[in-house]
Write a protein that binds this ligand. Structure first.
Ligand code: MN
Length: 190
């Protein structure tokens, strides 16, 4: 579909990102089982309607260090208990590779942390870019009431390590308290 060796131009819808140009991977809540703090609320929601939490579109760049993998991610508004809808989050398989996220619409946070214990919560807002440095796991969290749409780009061969976060979680959670986002320690972090 795209000529990675000669170049190409792509139609790009600012509201929905690449939805017309690439296939999406969907993550309903049942595909994130165990990742939310309130496991009872999580189980109940999966049983009731198993909501779509997020999806992402990838252009399918070659798996090569010289190429740039890019796409869009859409995190839907919602909460599991008091915890906002979020992505699973991951490290890159090649740990020392960075990533850029540019927010197209919506609001939220990019939670990041490295294996030495440093962590950050970067604000995601339309028109702003977040640079996720090499070595940092990253997860986007939708704290608004509209879809959070971001465009991302990273080294083509970086790969994804989801397993570490599935096992350990993030050090911090972003929860809704008194109607506003609050950053708290993850009681289950190992
Ligand atoms: Mn990444």
């Amino acid at each position: 579909m795209f000529d990675w060796n000669k170049g190409f131009v792509l139609d790009f819808d600012k509201a929905t990102g690449l939805s017309a140009a690439a296939g999406s991977t969907k993550r309903p809540l049942s595909r994130m089982r165990g990742m939310y703090s309130d496991t009872a609320a999580e189980a109940e929601m999966i049983k009731n309607n198993d909501p779509l939490v997020y999806e992402f579109y990838e252009l399918g760049a070659p798996d090569d260090a010289g190429d740039v993998a890019a796409g869009t991610s859409i995190v839907y508004p919602g909460k599991v208990g008091e915890e906002y809808f979020m992505t699973k989050g991951h490290f890159h398989t090649i740990l020392e590779t960075a990533e850029i996220y540019y927010t197209l619409s919506g609001t939220g946070y990019m939670l990041t942390e490295n294996t030495q214990g440093d962590w950050r919560a970067h604000k995601l807002e339309a028109g702003k870019m977040v640079y996720v440095p090499k070595g940092y796991a990253h997860r986007s969290v939708n704290t608004g009431d509209t879809p959070l749409v971001t465009f991302f780009a990273f080294r083509g061969d970086a790969g994804h390590d989801y397993g570490t976060i599935e096992d350990k979680g993030f050090r911090k959670l972003i929860v809704c308290r008194g109607g506003v986002p609050e950053l708290i320690d993850n009681p289950k972090w190992k």
